[in-house]
Design a protein around this ligand. Structure first.
Ligand code: TYD
Ligand code: MG
Length: 485
C-alpha cells in the first residue's frame, strides 16, 4: 500500500515510472526522477488534474474583489517583523533558510515566546531535537519573570501524519516546523530531505495551514552555496522566503527576504548572537564604524542591506606569496568579484598584485553581495598593497550645511579624530570607469550621519581618480580630484 501510493516522475520530460531509476527511461537524463505521491481521488471520484468535468466558476472583476485588511501578528522582534513586511500574516507560509548553527531555531523560538507572551496560540514542531533539547535552549532565552519561552507547547515528532493531525486538533495561530528536511511522509519511500519528501511535507502542511488559517514558519537547511537541495524546490510554493546569513563563528547575522508576497523583498535585518539569544542590532553602522581601524588596507563601505544603508569596514591584506598560484581568499564578498577588481586595478589603476596573496574580509561576518562594493575592495587592496592608510584630510571639500549634521556616536566616542575615516561606494567598470549604483543619496546620508565627511563616490569618474585618495599627505595640499560631496 505504501509503495503503491507513490510514483517517480522525471523532472525533465515528465515520464512516470513506479520505481526509481538513476537514468530516466523516457529521456535518458540522469538523476531527474523525483518521487511524488499519487494524486488523491477527488470527492466525485475522479483523479485530480484531468481536463473537463469541473464546475464552471464565475470570474470577478478585481475591483469587486473583497480584500480584508489582515491584522498581522507581531513577533516582538522588530527586525524580523520588518523583514516579513510588518509581521506574520495569518495563514501564510514562511520558509526560513540558513546553514546549520546560524540560529534559525533560536530565532523562531524567540518569536514564539513573544507570541505566547502576547496571548497567542502557538506550536513548535521539532523533528530535529528532543523536547529536552528545546527546553535547554528556551531556558537560555527570555530570562524574564514569567519566562514565556518555557510556555511554548512543543512536539518532537518526525512523522508528517502525526504533525498534521496535531495541527488539525490544536489549531495554533502560529506554528514553527523545524525542519522541513527532517519530517517524513510515510506515503513516500524516499529518505527525509529528498526532493520528493520535502515537497510532499511542505505541500501537506500548507494544505492544513491554509484550511485553518495557521501561519507556519518552515525552517530549512541551506548549503553554503545556497544550493538548498530541499527547500529551493519550495520557493514557488511558500508566500515568503527568508534567508539567514552570516558565519557561525561570527557574532553578526543578517536576515534577508528573497521572496515576499506581502511585502518588499529588499529588506534585511542585522542580529547579533549572544549568550541569551539573538539580539537585534539597530545601530549596526555605528558599531562597524566605531570598530573600524585606520590602518592601511581598511576602508569603510557605504553599502545597502536591502533598503537600508549600512556602513561596513572592508579590510584587505596583500602579502608576498610563496605559491605558484597566489591565494585569493575572501569573506563576505564574491570571489569572482575580487578577481575582476584585481584585474581592473592592475590594468587601469597601476596596482598589480599578481604575485601576492590577497585576502579581503568584510568585518563582522556581514555579506555585501552588491556591485557597490567594488570600489571599497579596490581601495582596500590598493591601500594594503602600498601600505598607505586611506584617510580624509581635514581640508577635504565638504558640502556646506550638511557637514556637521548628526555626527554619529562613532566619531563622537573617539573624540575629534585627526584623520576622520573615509567612506566609499561604486561599481567598477571593465574599462576602469566608476559606475553609479542604486541609492547613492541614502548611502551618502548614512556616512554623513556617522561623521564620515569624505565620501568617494562614482562621481570621481575613474578608478585612477579615486586612487588619488591614497596619496601621502603632502605639506602643500594637493588639489583633491575626488568627488567628495
Ligand atoms: P540554533 O538556533 O540551534 O541554530 P540552527 O537552528 O540554525 O541550527 O543555534 C545556533 C548556535 O547559537 C548554537 O551553536 C548555539 C548558539 N547560541 C548562542 O550563542 N546563544 C543562545 O542563546 C542560543 C540559544 C544559541
Ligand atoms: Mg535548529
Amino acid at each position: 500500500m505504501a509503495r503503491a501510493s507513490s510514483i517517480h516522475v522525471c523532472s525533465d520530460c515528465g515520464h512516470e515510472t513506479p520505481r526509481w531509476h538513476g537514468q530516466c527511461p523516457g529521456c535518458g537524463a540522469w538523476n531527474t526522477l523525483v518521487e511524488e505521491a499519487v494524486a488523491r481521488p477527488t470527492p466525485n471520484g475522479r483523479r485530480g488534474g484531468g481536463g473537463g468535468g469541473g464546475q464552471a466558476v464565475a470570474p470577478v472583476a478585481l475591483g469587486e474583489v473583497r480584500a480584508e485588511a489582515v491584522a498581522r501578528l507581531s513577533t516582538g522582534i522588530g527586525e524580523l517583523d520588518r523583514v516579513l513586511g510588518g509581521g506574520v500574516v495569518p495563514g501564510s507560509l514562511v520558509l526560513i533558510g540558513g546553514s546549520p548553527g546560524i540560529g534559525k531555531s533560536t530565532l523562531t523560538t524567540m518569536a514564539l515566546a513573544n507570541l505566547v507572551a502576547a496571548g497567542r496560540r502557538v506550536l513548535y514542531v521539532s523533528a530535529e531535537e528532543s523536547a529536552a533539547q528545546i527546553k535547554l535552549r528556551a531556558e537560555r532565552l527570555g530570562p524574564g519573570p514569567d519566562r514565556p519561552a518555557l510556555r511554548i507547547p512543543v512536539i518532537a515528532e518526525t512523522d508528517l501524519g502525526a504533525v498534521l493531525a496535531t495541527l488539525e486538533r490544536e489549531r495554533p495561530e502560529v506554528c514553527v516546523v523545524d525542519s522541513v528536511q527532517t519530517l517524513h511522509s510515510a506515503g513516500l519511500s524516499g529518505a527525509p530531505g529528498s526532493v520528493g519528501q520535502v515537497r510532499e511535507v511542505a505541500g501537506e502542511i500548507m494544505r492544513v495551514a491554509k484550511t485553518h488559517g495557521i501561519a507556519v514558519l518552515l525552517v530549512g537547511h541551506v548549503t553554503k552555496e545556497g544550493a538548498l537541495a530541499g527547500p529551493r524546490v519550495l520557493e514557488h510554493l511558500v508566500d515568503c522566503v527568508l534567508q539567514f546569513e552570516g558565519e557561525r563563528e561570527r557574532t553578526y547575522r543578517t536576515l534577508r527576504t528573497l521572496k515576499n508576497r506581502f511585502g518588499s523583498t529588499s529588506e534585511a535585518g542585522v542580529f547579533e548572537m549572544r549568550q541569551d539569544g539573538l539580539v537585534e542590532v539597530l545601530d549596526a553602522s555605528a558599531r562597524f564604524v566605531g570598530e573600524a581601524t585606520r590602518a592601511p588596507g581598511s576602508v569603510v563601505l557605504a553599502a545597502m542591506e536591502g533598503s537600508r544603508p549600512l556602513l561596513v569596514e572592508v579590510q584587505a591584506l596583500v602579502s608576498e606569496s610563496d605559491l605558484e598560484i597566489p591565494r585569493r581568499v575572501v569573506s563576505g564578498i564574491d570571489r569572482n568579484r575580487l578577481a575582476l577588481v584585481l584585474a581592473v586595478l592592475a590594468r587601469h589603476g597601476g596596482v598589480g598584485v599578481g604575485t601576492s596573496d590577497v585576502f579581503v574580509n568584510v568585518v563582522g561576518g556581514v555579506r555585501v553581495d552588491e556591485p557597490g562594493a567594488d570600489l571599497a575592495v579596490a581601495l582596500a587592496v590598493a591601500s594594503a598593497s602600498r601600505g598607505i592608510a586611506l584617510t580624509s584630510a581635514p581640508t577635504a571639500p565638504v558640502r556646506p550645511g550638511a557637514a556637521g549634521a548628526g555626527r554619529g556616536e562613532a566619531a563622537a566616542g573617539a573624540g575629534e579624530p585627526a584623520d576622520p575615516l573615509l567612506a566609499c561606494f561604486g561599481e567598477l567598470g571593465l574599462t576602469g570607469e566608476l559606475r553609479t549604483v542604486a541609492h547613492a543619496e541614502r548611502r551618502i546620508a548614512e556616512a554623513r550621519k556617522f561623521g564620515l565627511r569624505t565620501i568617494v563616490t562614482p562621481e570621481a569618474g575613474t578608478l585612477r581618480a579615486a586612487l588619488r585618495t591614497l596619496r601621502r599627505p603632502e605639506p602643500a595640499q594637493a588639489p583633491r580630484k575626488v568627488a567628495a560631496r
